[in-house]
Design a binder for this molecule. Structure first.
Ligand SMILES: [Zn+2]
Ligand SMILES: [Zn+2]
Length: 178
């Protein structure tokens, strides 16, 4: 988990501390599918004690294994996400649910000496993922006839390919002939 020991920082208003993390994270649930991280996730952050809250700012980077929407192959999606979140220290036990109170105050409550930014990082990552995951921008996808991956090599049914739009026209003309 992306955790930082802020025991000292919590007591020093106006101070800030630099953190560099390198951690393995469990697989991520994205739209009902499970995506595993390829290697550890790194984070470089500066956490500042503003007096009222802890402000964490920095960058999180890593690689996520995604399935290409076109060719269905697994590929590594590299991400570098800017991160900024405000954490409000609350006495132990008083912590509301992860989403509770979030909307009103725009800060995330936390208690104890460990600041865990994992949920916010994962939420940010899910929002940053492309709507269509492609192994490469020009991925040709699968042959609609035999299903072979055209990114790996041309299949043998190239000559028989009929554009679906033309096949509709063909049906139309065939019907007219009858
Ligand atoms: Zn692909
Ligand atoms: Zn084919």
């Amino acid at each position: 988990m992306l955790q930082m020991d802020v025991a000292r920082l919590k007591r020093l208003s106006g101070e800030s501390a630099r953190f560099e993390l390198l951690v393995d994270l469990p697989p991520l649930e994205v739209q009902g599918e499970t995506a595993s991280f390829c290697g550890p996730v790194s984070a470089r952050l500066v956490v500042s004690n503003t007096g009222a809250v802890l402000l964490a700012q920095g960058e999180v980077a890593g690689k996520l294994g995604l399935t290409c929407d076109r060719c269905l192959e697994l590929f590594e999606y590299a991400f570098v996400l800017p991160f900024e979140e405000t954490y409000r220290p609350v006495p132990g036990g008083e912590e509301t649910g992860p989403e509770g109170g979030r909307e009103e105050t725009e800060s995330v409550p936390f208690s104890g000496d460990l600041l865990d930014i994992t949920p916010e990082v994962l939420n940010g990552l899910i929002l940053a993922l492309p709507m269509k995951a492609l192994c490469r921008d020009d991925c040709p996808g699968l042959c609609p006839h035999c299903g072979s991956n055209l990114g790996v090599g041309q299949c043998s049914c190239e000559s028989e390919k009929i554009d679906p739009r033309f096949s509709v026209l063909k049906d139309f003309f065939d019907k007219k002939k009858e």
